[in-house]
Design a protein around this ligand. Structure first.
Ligand SMILES: NC(=O)c1ccc[n+]([C@@H]2O[C@H](COP(=O)([O-])OP(=O)(O)OC[C@H]3O[C@@H](n4cnc5c(N)ncnc54)[C@H](O)[C@@H]3O)[C@@H](O)[C@H]2O)c1
Length: 277
């Protein structure tokens, strides 16, 4: 009796921006674990070296490109690297994003902050996608996942500009998906909330509060871990999601669904009142 030996699929080339730490780090490790070749782009050389060493030690494939993704030079180096070493990208994860340059009420925020927020949250999504798309289109297949935020779908005081640019990420995701469907390229996004990452550490988010409060704050009762987000990105880029394009999937422990509802401190029921009676 003969047994057919099923060869593993060839490694896909996966570009992850901000692929060293936090959600991006989880995404890099997940694709490497799944046998893909990760092109990890990050501004933090030490963190990129550490994540890459971890991937290599686990038998994975990774190459590192250090640079600020908001700069044209970094995007050009990335495009050359992908074209020279891999021909094209199979998967692009536009993960870089940051709310921090402008945490202040809009009326008091200086325009330079809006510019930096634009570069960090929306501009590079355009520039990196634009640079890698010709190779993907020529290949006739591919998958793009953008990282948006739940704040694109609900109001967040103090972060109006950040949320507007991320709503732009989700709108771009929809329109680009329609444009690229006939080219065999799917475009989706995830919208995280409350991830325990260097940008929003659990310690920072709790700010001295009792961790037991998490069950009244988030329906799932805990902060998100990088692997929670990586798993959804892995799904969206897999054949299991072959008929999904143009959508932003919230990965938020239920906060968007709850919007405004909190578990009572007593543990008995829910309230949408500002007090905890
Ligand atoms: N943390 C959350 O709760 C949360 C919530 C909503 C949305 N998001 C989004 O998820 C994404 C990842 O967030 P995170 O919390 O993991 O971030 P993080 O700041 O913890 O990690 C970001 C990674 O990107 C790198 N990076 C930062 N700026 C860069 C640049 N200009 N060029 C290249 N690399 C750069 C960092 O070195 C780091 O490795 C962002 O788009 C963020 O807006 C996060």
């Amino acid at each position: 009796m003969s047994h057919d030996v099923v060869a593993p699929p060839p490694p896909r080339t996966v570009v992850v921006t901000g692929g060293a730490l936090g959600i991006g780090g989880g995404i890099s490790r997940r694709f490497a674990r799944d046998g893909d070749h990760v092109v990890l782009v990050d501004i933090d050389a030490d963190a990129a070296a550490a994540t890459s060493a971890e991937i290599l030690a686990a038998g994975g494939r990774v190459s590192v490109l250090v640079g600020d993704i908001t700069e044209d030079d970094t995007v050009a180096r990335l495009a050359s690297h992908v074209a020279d070493e891999h021909g094209h990208a199979d998967i692009l994860v536009n993960n870089v994003g940051d709310f921090r340059p402008a945490k202040s009420f809009f009326a008091k925020s200086p325009p330079e902050q809006w510019r930096r927020l634009h570069e960090l949250n929306l501009w590079h999504v355009f520039s990196v996608t634009h640079a890698l798309l010709p190779g993907m289109i020529a290949h006739g297949a591919g998958s793009i996942v953008n990282v948006s935020t739940v704040e694109a779908f609900r109001g967040i005081p103090g972060n109006a500009v950040y949320s507007a640019y991320n709503a732009g990420v989700s709108a771009f995701t929809k329109s680009l998906a329609v444009e690229l469907g006939p080219s065999g390229i799917r475009v989706n996004a995830i919208a995280p909330d409350l991830a325990d990452t260097p940008q929003t550490t659990a310690e920072l988010m709790l700010a001295g509060r009792d961790p037991a409060l998490l069950r009244s704050w988030l329906p799932l009762g805990r902060f998100g871990r990088p692997e929670d987000f990586a798993g959804v990105v892995a799904f969206l880029t897999s054949d299991d999601a072959a008929f999904i394009t143009g959508h932003t999937i919230p990965v938020d422990g239920g906060t968007l669904a709850a919007s405004g509802w909190y578990g009572k401190a007593s543990g008995r029921g829910w309230t949408n009142m500002p007090d905890q009676a």
